[in-house]
Design a binder for this molecule. Structure first.
Ligand SMILES: [Zn+2]
Length: 59
């Protein structure tokens, strides 16, 4: 049995509630995958910026 802990994105409190933060009702995320997806998004946005630059160069 694995217990997963979640973190509120509003107040940054940790909770075992999988749906929402018990103290502020904010959205909770699983800390590890959240960090991973942020890194992924950053990569993606820098990639998009690169594409945009290339498009500007060629047109
Ligand atoms: Zn909260």
């Amino acid at each position: 049995m694995t217990k997963s802990i979640f973190k509120c994105i509003e107040c940054s409190k940790y909770t075992l509630n999988t749906e929402k933060c018990p103290s502020c009702g904010g959205q909770v995320v699983s800390p590890r995958p959240a960090k991973f997806s942020i890194e992924k998004e950053e990569k993606y946005s820098s990639y998009r910026r690169q594409l945009l630059k290339n498009n500007l160069k060629t047109s």
